[in-house]
Design a protein around this ligand. Structure first.
Ligand code: OGA
Ligand code: NI
Length: 355
């Protein structure tokens, strides 16, 4: 027994969390993916790297060149890394350190935040969506909304003592970066720089911390199973341990960490708005035998009341609308209604063309 908690419910939660000090020591059956769905590291491509885009010139006379680089990455990969992004290294490091501290506290300090209900916006949970997952992901996570910050900060974790201050600073920096990226991506789509900002309505920003313990058998498990992110754009701090992989032309490619860079990936709403010209790339995270890995994605996108549809300028005779329009909350309800399954949610919003 590692738990000193006497309350039956909390003891139950302690046993559900990966970060309880012992669940990661052997692979329980629920974490074992069936043979055809396992990572198969021998097939991971090592000869390709996703584009690296230097944002140094984004706000200067060479903006057009950077926008062109971003357009190409959005069309061909849906994934890129960014350097000279403007977020101070000290802010990144403090966030990574406090995330580690959060998951290294005694498990009892996390159980009060535990929930299996995706509607619980501030929560600690495990796997993806345990009431729907067929096979469990090898991770715990903490997530909470961040924007507008005044509205949410009082619901964030109170431990570690500096959590709110550190995460608050990080979230503000990430939002400023995302707004610059949204302007650039709007221009890459041939729109004014405010285009995506306006479509996203009041915007949502979710800070999410993944904690992947070392795993005795990475061949059988996923840190997170293949999926695309459902919102608009994801800005991920992946720390210095590899594990993230992206599907490119049918092959899994490792996204190797670059110190102080962020990984940016387009999420489903940008594939819809661009009418399929830009891709939300399918990705996954694998586990490793030696070290716990922490990654910190920020999921940024429309507010629930925003209406999403292919941009009128992207719907032309040769490219009829691929997706129907919908309120964003309908998309998110579909996302949380099942386990992670590649890009299957996006398919549900496709316009069916009769043969
Ligand atoms: C995610 C995700 C990748 C990683 O949490 O949606 O894709 O590297 N994480 O942790
Ligand atoms: Ni993801």
């Amino acid at each position: 027994m590692t738990s000193t908690t006497h309350d039956g419910f909390n003891l139950n939660v302690v046993e559900k969390l990966m970060s309880n000090g012992h669940n990661h020591l052997h692979v329980q059956d629920k974490y074992v993916f069936p043979p055809g769905e396992r990572p198969d590291m021998s097939q991971v491509c090592t000869s390709y790297a996703v584009p690296v885009i230097d944002l140094k010139d984004l706000d200067g006379p060479h903006r057009v060149k950077v926008i062109n680089d971003i357009r190409r990455a959005c069309e061909e990969d849906g994934f890129f890394q960014i350097m000279n992004h403007g977020v101070p290294e000290t802010v990144m490091k403090s966030m990574m350190d406090i995330a580690k501290e959060f998951f290294e506290m005694p498990v009892e300090d996390r159980v009060s935040l535990y929930s299996e209900d995706p509607k619980q916006a501030v929560r600690v949970s495990t796997s993806f969506n345990v009431t729907k997952d067929k096979f469990f992901d090898w991770r715990d996570y903490l997530r909470h909304p961040c924007h507008p910050q005044e509205e949410f900060i009082n619901s964030w974790p109170q431990k570690p003592a500096l959590y709110r201050e550190v995460a608050g600073k990080y979230a503000k920096e990430i939002r400023a970066l995302v707004l610059r990226l949204l302007a650039a991506i709007s221009e890459a789509l041939g729109q004014d720089s405010d285009y995506l900002n306006e479509i996203f309505g009041k915007h949502t920003q979710v800070l999410h911390i993944n904690y992947y313990p070392a795993c005795p058998n990475p061949d059988l498990t996923f840190g997170v199973a293949p999926h695309s992110d459902p919102r608009g754009i994801t800005v991920l701090m992946q720390g210095d341990l590899s594990g993230l992989q992206v599907l490119k032309d049918g092959k899994w490619v490792a996204v190797e960490p670059i110190p102080n860079a962020f990984v940016v990936n387009l999420a489903d709403q940008l594939q819809v708005i661009s009418n399929g010209r830009f891709k939300s790339a399918e990705h996954r995270a694998v586990t490793n035998t030696s070290t716990a890995r922490i990654s910190i994605p920020t999921f940024y996108g429309p507010s629930f009341d925003a209406f999403i549809a292919p941009a009128a300028s992207m719907v032309i005779e040769e490219h009829p609308a691929l997706y129907r329009g919908y309120k964003f909350e309908e998309y998110m309800a579909a996302f949380w209604s099942q386990g992670l399954k590649g890009k299957s949610i996006l398919d549900r919003f496709k316009i069916q063309v009769s043969p």
